[in-house]
Design a protein around this ligand. Sequence first.
Ligand code: TYD
Ligand code: MG
Length: 528
Amino acid sequence: MGKTRIEFLCRECGANHPKWLGKCPDCGAWDSLEKFAVEVEATKPGAGPIWGGPEAGDAEELARSGIGRAVALGAVPEAQVPRLPTGIGEFDRVLGGGVVPGSVMLLGGDPGIGKSTLLMQVAASIAARGGTALYASSEESPQQVRLRAERLEPVVRAGGAKALGERLLVLGETDVARIVEQARRAQASIVLVDSIQLVHRRDVTAAPGSIAQLRRATLDLVALAKSTGCAVVLVGHVTKEGALAGPKLLEHLVDVVLGFEGDRHSAIRVVRGVKNRFGSTQEIGLFEMRGDGLAEIEAMRVPLTGGPAAPGCAFVATMAGTRCLLGEVHALVSTGFLGSAKRRASGLDSSRLAMLIAVLEKHGGLRLADQDVFAQALGGLKIAEPAADLAVLLAVAGAFLQRALPDGTVALGEVGLTGELRTVPHLEQRVHESLRRGARVVLVPSSAKITMPKQQSERGKIAGEHLDGEIVKVGTIQRAIDLLAPCTRALSGRDLAPDSARSARESAPALEPKPGARRSEAQPRNAR
Ligand code: TYD
Ligand code: MG
């Protein structure tokens, strides 16, 4: 090992400083600097760019590739981004078509959410498709890894761990040098490191998981990826707050950052792109945790009809990338204290909830100042877009007034501060998806321009499919609140007797067949 110099690295932003400071001057974080020994040799100038381009000495090569000398953007040779599909459709969707060879990915998520399971499925799937996968487990022994693998669907489908033979390799190792050496020897097409927090370099004296170790180990794996063209997937722990543990620095070093989320009490898991140098971060991948591992799912099973159309419940069609998903929003309003009423949102934007409560007070005539309001999106789904405003608003209003929307109603629309409803992006796709999934009524803002085939679209065929639902236009939140019908029956009674539920529905006010027509008899707004 060459000469070393002591520097101090910021855990938050990765900036280095020659001496210790209580507060990082770059990002302003307190107590975030950690001691770090830098090899003087490694920092000498001309070490070449991180993505493995030509060295500084190679002037001709440098000029050609546009490194070291400014060239016109159009003159830079085009790069092809090849993809290695993992065979797990939902995972490939998030990545934009597959893993990019030579890229480094970081997958973060709560403990027990299923990171190791997902990684093993990716490894097995790639091995089954003819690639070589090296699963480096620093947390579990190879026996434990095998035990899990034998239960997983992709491994079972490929004929078991034996059938995958030399193409699925397991390494129980925490020394990054040996992981790199084994990956090179096996000519792996993908290396999966579970987890980076427990991997260390022998010549760095800091403890595993410290910023110095994380940085060095990650840089070694980045170098492996760039020099051999194998893809590297790192598992990272997350903190209590859900941020990737320790290092923002780690996120800067890698090409792709994925978050693995889900509600511990539900089986739905969502893979979300946080950063992607090779594609968009709009798409999500949907999985369900089952007895035989993670299964891909197309959409969440949201029972739109037949369920308890209880007060405080509303459905919305939300966009996740190019895909439209149905979501369910629940709200509860209970007596609180004036001046310190609680507003809590889970899976929803809490500032938007506060705004919607204010709009309900001002333009809906509801007195919520002394009411605690709780609202949540069900099934581990996060709905932050304004398109869900109307659904959240109707859930809160329904919970307060003890009134429910007609069975199978999906509400779409952004609520303005003046109480008007605005149209939302991708409205047609949302309406179509709602109707396809069995919605009986879709509420849309009256300003919406829906160009469904002919007028029959209000009830009838869309793009060749027979969809039996109604599109109802509403202009203001007042008119939307008027659609809430009183609920006279208890929830359990309705569950047990579907016929009585039907009669409860039929006693609900009929929705206007003609958009924009005035209701003959307005509902009393405040039932209290
Ligand atoms: P795991 O992948 O070990 O989580 P992580 O690596 O993120 O800590 O998965 C842990 C949980 O998943 C565990 O509590 C059990 C559950 N699980 C299943 O429900 N089905 C399965 O087939 C497997 C392998 C795990
Ligand atoms: Mg694990």
